[in-house]
Design a protein around this ligand. Structure first.
Ligand SMILES: *Cc1c(COP(=O)(O)O)cnc(C)c1O
Length: 269
């Protein structure tokens, strides 16, 4: 076949730009947002730098940091294992190039308000990049929705990452994610990413689903019902404690080493 994917992802970028009221030049597409997170680290972090993230956060942050040979600074969590944003701001030094914040967070399902995120960003020096990873943001609605995209004008050092793998149900296997940032940052990311990092089928599916508000709403409802079912189950099983989740998963205290519980479940699947 002589037909490569559209290396600029024009249709999808145009749809995203319209939806969020940003310029196409602010968007970087990735083979899942995992790809974008890795490209960000490769562009802006070297082996002399430090990268700050929370103790319990997305596993990819320490992995991309290690792959570059940079020093990862894992800041102890607080309140249900969520990010301690003040302590994370305190952990920034003159060597820090990048801070990863997942909001909502994986694996705790905890979420910070828009005010808390803004207060945090106010404390970060402008030469330090902040990646606000909003992989689960579409599960939140109304006032509880701390939309990072609205903060981009105020904070040029901010990069917001999102994905089609979570609330846009079923697209995880197609691998499409994106970041929205200043055009200057996006320009660098787009030079370094692989030229055809998102394939034709994935581009078409993501562009189509973005117009399908009913599908997103259905995905939210199914997720909400699932979370409730799990919470009721935990209550019935003698009140296992769990962290109220803003994501599509729930962290539960099983009261014994979790591997023993996990293994049989896995074999049943
Ligand atoms: C799932 C997840 C991602 C990455 O998802 P992709 O499938 O690579 O788009 C990024 N960040 C967090 C916090 C996640 O949970």
């Amino acid at each position: 076949m002589c037909l490569y994917p559209d290396g600029n992802g024009f249709d999808l970028k145009q749809a995203l730009a319209r939806r969020f009221g940003v310029e196409m030049s602010q968007i970087t597409l990735g083979n899942g947002s995992n790809d974008v997170l890795e490209v960000i680290a490769r562009c802006f972090v070297d082996s002399d730098s430090e990268v700050v993230f929370s103790q319990y956060a997305f596993a990819v942050y320490p992995l991309v940091t290690q792959a570059i040979g940079a020093r990862g600074v894992a800041v102890p969590a607080k309140d249900w294992g969520g990010h301690d944003l003040d302590a994370m701001a305190d952990a920034v030094t003159e060597r820090t190039k990048l801070v990863f914040v997942a909001n909502p967070n994986n694996p705790t399902g905890t979420v910070h308000t828009a005010d808390a995120i803004e207060a945090f960003l106010d404390r970060i020096p402008e030469q330090v990049l902040v990646v606000l990873d909003e992989a689960y943001c579409e599960y939140l609605v109304g006032d509880e929705y701390p939309d990072g995209i609205r903060l981009l004008d105020k904070y040029p050092n901010l990069i917001v990452c999102r994905t089609f793998s979570k609330a846009w149900g079923g697209l995880a296997a197609l691998r499409v994610g994106y970041s929205i940032s200043s055009p200057a940052i996006a320009d660098i990311l787009n030079r370094v990413r692989q030229p055809f990092n998102v394939d034709t089928v994935a581009l078409a599916a993501a562009t189509a689903v973005l117009e399908d508000e009913a599908y997103l709403q259905k995905s939210r409802e199914v997720n909400e019902a699932g979370l409730q079912q799990l919470a009721e189950g935990f209550d019935r099983m003698g009140g296992l404690s769990y962290i109220p989740s803003a994501g599509n998963f729930i962290a539960v205290e099983v009261g014994e080493p979790a591997a023993g519980i996990y293994q049989p479940c896995w074999h049943m699947a």
